[in-house]
Design a protein around this ligand. Sequence first.
Ligand SMILES: *Cc1c(COP(=O)(O)O)cnc(C)c1O
Length: 371
Amino acid sequence: MDATNQTHVEINLNAIKANAKAIKEHTGSKLIAVVKADAYGHGVIPVTEALQNIADMFAVATVAEGIELRQAGIQIPILILFSPLPDLAVDIIDYDLTAAVDNWILAEQLNRVILDRNHQSQPANKLKAKIHINVNTGMNRCGVRYTEAKKFIKELKSLSLLEIEGVFTHFATADEDDHSFAHLQLNRFHSVIKDISDIHLLHIANSAAAHTIHESHLDAVRTGLSLYGIYPTKKKSIQLNPALTWKAKIGWIDYIEPGETVSYGLTYKAQNRIRIASIQVGYGDGYPRALSGKGEVLIGGIRRPILGRICMDMMVCKLESADKVTVGDEVVLIGKQGNEEISADEIADHANTISYEILTNIGKRVKRIYK
Ligand SMILES: *Cc1c(COP(=O)(O)O)cnc(C)c1O
């Protein structure tokens, strides 16, 4: 056994490719594949290598994430979703990244850096920097306010080395059943772009909108979660397959007597003599401690309850006395085993959060293995 393999996730890259193709087919739009936060915990380098012939563009949250992709040899356009701090303009230009821009200082800074670079090159170059304008239509966390965006776009024309390739906004409620606020955001976005004809990449839709708000598909969709095979809404208009399976191993098996307890705080007390097993994974690996006494795992294709508090490096679950289970047996935390399946959503529900957080919290200690 490989020592780094005590708990690992298996990533099915073919599932990610098939999900990406299904999204493109369903929407008929270009695909901006969102691979921020290490591709939602799936590992950004293998995921982007798998998607580089399917995605039209990658999107990440930070300049550092963009640089990582360029250094790994990714050549397709990379969008930085959130307007970077102006002093990162040099890196944005030097690594050929496409910045979301929502303020004049960054725009000026990018224009200045590209002017410098053009002067330095022999013969003098006429490079331009492509940018996307982030419009705030109601999310109110970033972007140029929709009432100011037209004026901002007009003023940017004076920075002659910038090319506005795209304009976008982001939905606040696309994953909810009620789409009235999403439609208000769409209308605000249309009021910004309605007289603009020279910008060819208009995009709004995240995964939820790609599934459920057809009018939002525009030139490109900007999907993250669905690439990894997970639905952000109850509606399942696109056939997706989860790409990630999280596994661990049984490290210890024993009995406890009636009245004895399990783990820190003695929160679980046995009524009868029971058989228990400990699994070598814990909240230090990103498995939510909130599942203490609530969650289930799969062993031998059967659901087994987690007993007592989850620790940093282990957790205990209940076995039946007849179970043919031994130390070293495989346990599935997320994914399928036999006919049973535990989804990231199930874990998220127990932990009172969303699948996004469960996936991005899967820790460094959990080795990623690709298929
Ligand atoms: C994260 C993010 C996305 C992707 O959202 P999903 O729900 O994962 O599809 C799209 N756009 C922006 C601006 C984001 O921050």
